[in-house]
Design a protein around this ligand. Structure first.
Ligand code: SF4
Length: 294
């Protein structure tokens, strides 16, 4: 039996940096508050909480005073920085550099065209932390579009400038751009910026290839991870014998295929929020179950 762990699955550099920042703060022995889950992975959040990190929500942030608060890789809108300052909090800013750059571009565009009838459009998930951070750069004026259909709500007689949430699929962004282009009134400006992070975009074609290479796929991710959902959908498309699990303890003997193990090739992969040790734990669990069955 062959079991391969995908070497391109696992934390992206933005998440690695955020976790490193949290760990180095925790080493100093002071409590650290993280605004929202540092990564959409329960085990990793729990591991850091055991080291002294507290995960808080926005309501709890309002009652926090003179403490250290970490802003995760997704980034925050300016209003969160203001609130933290008002409450005397020390900010540990772990916003991913890619997201910071995108926030800056949107902020500059907004400032440059303030007062003009320009529609700044963000292609992303409404209410997602990163998108909230991006909309915040425009004092809440940006229009968030989640699907291709929602582009029907734009005014094609006025200039449009589109940005994308970093984790949107590239093909969907290209379809959106093509649709807007085909509808724009003649002579009206349309600008678009492909701001999709390649750490994620390049994983889609790669994971499809990886899934095709194996008989069975075990895909590991937290249930809340949108990146996990997108990557798993790609796995299933390429190989219908793909199973989604959150951690090794969910893996049972019944989930293992019933053909001779000697001929099997199993692939293990995951999302950008899946730690490597979880994929290794799944491999160990498969080997233990197979051994028990024999
Ligand atoms: S997916 Fe890209 S933009 Fe998002 S945190 Fe990771 S490296 Fe940064």
């Amino acid at each position: 039996m062959i079991i391969e762990i995908d070497d391109q699955s696992g934390f992206c550099f933005g998440v690695v940096k955020a976790i490193q920042k949290a760990e180095s703060e925790l080493q100093e022995g002071h409590p650290l508050y993280c605004l929202g889950d540092i990564v959409h992975n329960t085990s990793e959040v729990r591991r850091l909480e055991e080291k002294g990190m507290y995960t808080i929500d926005y309501t709890a942030l309002h009652s926090l005073n003179k403490a250290k608060v970490l802003f995760r890789a997704h980034g925050e809108p300016p209003s969160t920085y203001q609130l933290a300052q008002q409450q005397g909090l020390t900010i540990v800013d772990a916003t991913c550099p890619v997201v910071l750059q995108l926030q800056k571009s949107i902020r500059n565009t907004y400032k440059k065209h303030r007062g003009e009838a320009r529609q700044i459009v963000i292609f992303g998930k409404k209410g997602h932390a990163e998108v909230n951070g991006l909309v915040g750069q425009t004092e809440g004026k940006a229009i968030v579009i989640e699907t291709l259909e929602e582009a029907d709500l734009l005014n094609y007689n006025l200039p449009i400038e589109v940005f994308s949430q970093t984790t949107k699929p590239l093909a969907d962004f290209q379809r959106l751009v093509a649709k807007i282009k085909s509808r724009m009134a003649s002579g009206v400006e349309f600008l678009f910026h492909d701001t999709i992070c390649r750490q994620v975009a390049l994983r889609l074609p790669h994971i499809a290839e990886f899934a095709r290479k194996h008989d069975y796929i075990f895909f590991i991710a937290g249930k809340k991870s949108s990146n996990g959902k997108a990557l798993f959908a790609e796995c299933q498309k390429a190989n219908p014998r793909s199973l989604f699990i959150s951690n090794s303890s969910e893996l049972t003997l019944e989930m293992l295929p019933k053909i001779s193990y000697d001929k099997l090739s199993i692939g293990i992969c995951g999302a950008t929020s899946t730690p490597r040790y979880q994929m290794e734990a799944v491999k160990d669990r498969i080997l233990t179950l197979v051994h028990q069955k024999k």
